[in-house]
Design a protein around this ligand. Structure first.
Ligand code: E4P
Length: 218
């Protein structure tokens, strides 16, 4: 499963990119607003930091303006992936862009039928929002299971990008179901490294090592 980070904070992206575990980045208008940075400028910096897809979202609602915005965004770098909402105009834009060889991430997906439409429109990625789905009394992971089954039934190549990930169990379940990608905030990705027994084990080993009076580096 590929790991994307869901942020527009350069420091956090740099830190995770240094682990070698980061396959891409997703942003959205709220994350850009939170960063306080200029959209084009910060997106360019992110694209320079990671080789994988960097999602940058259009804000227009009609197809013609979405196409114009996508044209501006895709000039930023070769690894820009245009993010469009799951609407009729969004999918029309998705079809036009992917036919032209541009990566597209169809966002704000909340049903398996919507994911079916995104795949038929040739989306590179579809982003089902599991956390927001949970918040509204549904089971976000059931949605991922259904989409996986539908995509496997018809051999769709659209990648399932699990989004709105809130905790490490969302990551675990995504991997068990066979999602292609998950995007999570930096804190959730960092939490994946943590286990109380790892910390306790290190503490014990170091205490015993101290007793030997030895050092590896002379
Ligand atoms: C995905 O691409 C979205 O940017 C993101 O995962 C939304 O997450 P949220 O529901 O925590 O805002």
């Amino acid at each position: 499963m590929q790991f994307f980070v869901d942020t527009a904070e350069i420091d956090a992206i740099e830190e995770l990119a240094a682990t070698g575990l980061l396959d891409g980045v997703t942003t959205n208008p709220s994350l850009i607003a939170k960063s306080g940075r200029d959209f084009m400028e910060v997106t360019k910096e992110i694209c320079d930091l990671v080789d994988g897809p960097v999602s940058a979202e259009v804000v227009a609602l009609d197809h013609d303006t979405m196409m114009k915005e996508a044209e501006v965004l895709r000039r930023i770098a070769d690894n820009v992936c245009i993010k469009v909402p799951l609407t009729i105009d969004g999918l029309k834009t998705c079809k036009a862009l992917t036919d032209d060889g541009t990566m597209v991430n169809v966002t704000l997906c909340f049903s398996a039928n919507q994911a079916l439409l995104a795949a038929k429109a040739g989306a590179t990625f579809v982003s089902p929002f599991v956390g927001r789905h949970d918040d509204n009394g549904f089971d976000g992971m059931d949605l991922i299971r259904d989409i996986r089954q539908i995509y496997d039934n018809y051999r769709f190549e659209t990648e399932i990008l699990v989004a709105s990930v809130r905790h490490v169990n969302h990551v675990l379940e995504s991997a068990l179901i066979g999602a292609d990608v998950m995007t999570a905030p930096p804190a959730v990705i960092k939490a994946l490294f943590k286990h109380v027994l790892t910390d306790k084990g290190i503490e014990g080993f170091l205490a015993d090592w101290e007793k030997t009076g030895q050092s590896i580096l002379k």
